[in-house]
Design a binder for this molecule. Structure first.
Ligand SMILES: C[S@@+](CC[C@H](N)C(=O)[O-])C[C@H]1O[C@@H](n2cnc3c(N)ncnc32)[C@H](O)[C@@H]1O
Length: 288
């Protein structure tokens, strides 16, 4: 596959792709995301606003596959549900217009489950159908892939070639202990007053547990509904960014730019993909 990675973030699609193909170009407006991407993948994403990207530029790259994770806030349980009316859907809308006029051979889109049944979903499905392409809608969660983490997501897979639904893995989740740093960062422990204030709403887990809640971009700032907190003999702490990265299935050598703040690291991870789940979605594409 010759891939365009759109809304590339820290490069989750790049990690999931592996031997399946190579990324010709990645696009993201975020400086933090692009610095993390180039550090890990050796390719500098284009810092471009996708809502105004000329169609000719997309076509000139000679990609046969588009992989994309548009912003999920317009479709999120905790978002505003404004769907295509949300300004953050502008780039997706534009890309569907580009797709209508010059579609790639295949496309995979990832988003939150709320995307299913949205106007954005209907727009994309109509564009796919207008080219007589085959498509599948998949729903999957890393908890079925051996990872002790909830991150239910939907994938729209489209191809000119017929597609077949693959069996959903059903691997037992490993214990959280397997994903923890060898040396804890003491700064991640919550102060006593913070713990007391939020105690009732915190999602607490222990090292022996085989589940954790979905980590969202606000994990570095919010306590309730943003992900799980680890209860140890010493107290309650956040999972470190590297622990969250392991729970997403990012490779062990994954790095952040030194200067990137803790909040920015959590934001990137909270926007990210679960790698084994994304790889499974890619497995649905017919070999080329
Ligand atoms: C859901 S995240 C994608 C995460 C990515 N799949 C990963 O593995 O990290 C969406 C990304 O799109 C970027 N983005 C949002 N709106 C954009 C736009 N209009 N043009 C370009 N990039 C945009 C954000 O900076 C963010 O990194």
């Amino acid at each position: 596959m010759r891939v365009l990675e759109l809304f590339s973030g820290l490069g989750g699609w790049h990690c999931a792709l592996r031997h399946r193909g190579s990324v010709l170009a990645a696009y993201d407006v975020s400086e933090a995301a692009n610095a993390t991407y180039v550090l890990n993948h050796g390719l500098e994403p284009k810092a471009r606003e996708l809502a105004t990207l000329p169609m000719e530029e997309l076509a000139s790259l000679g990609a046969d596959t588009w992989l994309m994770s548009p912003p999920c806030q317009p479709f999120c349980r905790m978002g505003n549900h404004r769907d295509l009316e949300d300004r953050r859907s502008g780039a997706f809308h534009h890309l569907v217009e580009c797709f209508k006029q010059a579609p790639p051979e295949q496309l995979v889109l990832e988003n939150v489950n709320g995307f299913l049944g949205s106007d954005a979903h209907a727009l994309l499905s109509a564009a796919i159908r207008s080219h007589g392409m085959h498509h599948l809608e998949l729903q999957a969660c890393p908890s079925r892939f051996g990872l002790p983490n909830l991150r239910p997501r939907v994938f729209v897979v489209a191809s000119r070639k017929p597609l077949e639904r693959l069996p959903m893995p059903s691997l037992p989740a490993r214990a959280l202990a397997d994903f923890l740093d060898a040396i804890e960062d003491e700064a991640l422990y919550l102060r006593a007053e913070t713990h007391t204030r939020h105690y009732q709403g915190l999602d607490l887990v222990e090292a022996g547990d085989r589940r954790s809640a979905c980590f969202i971009g606000g994990y570095g700032r919010r306590f309730v509904g943003s992900g799980s907190f680890l209860k140890t003999e010493r107290g309650v702490r956040r999972f470190s960014p590297f622990e969250v990265a392991r729970l997403l299935g990012l490779p062990e050598g994954f790095r952040f730019p030194e200067a990137l703040s803790l909040e920015a690291r959590y934001r990137l991870l909270g926007n990210g993909l679960s790698i084994p789940v994304a790889a499974w979605a890619l497995d649905h594409l017919p070999s080329r």
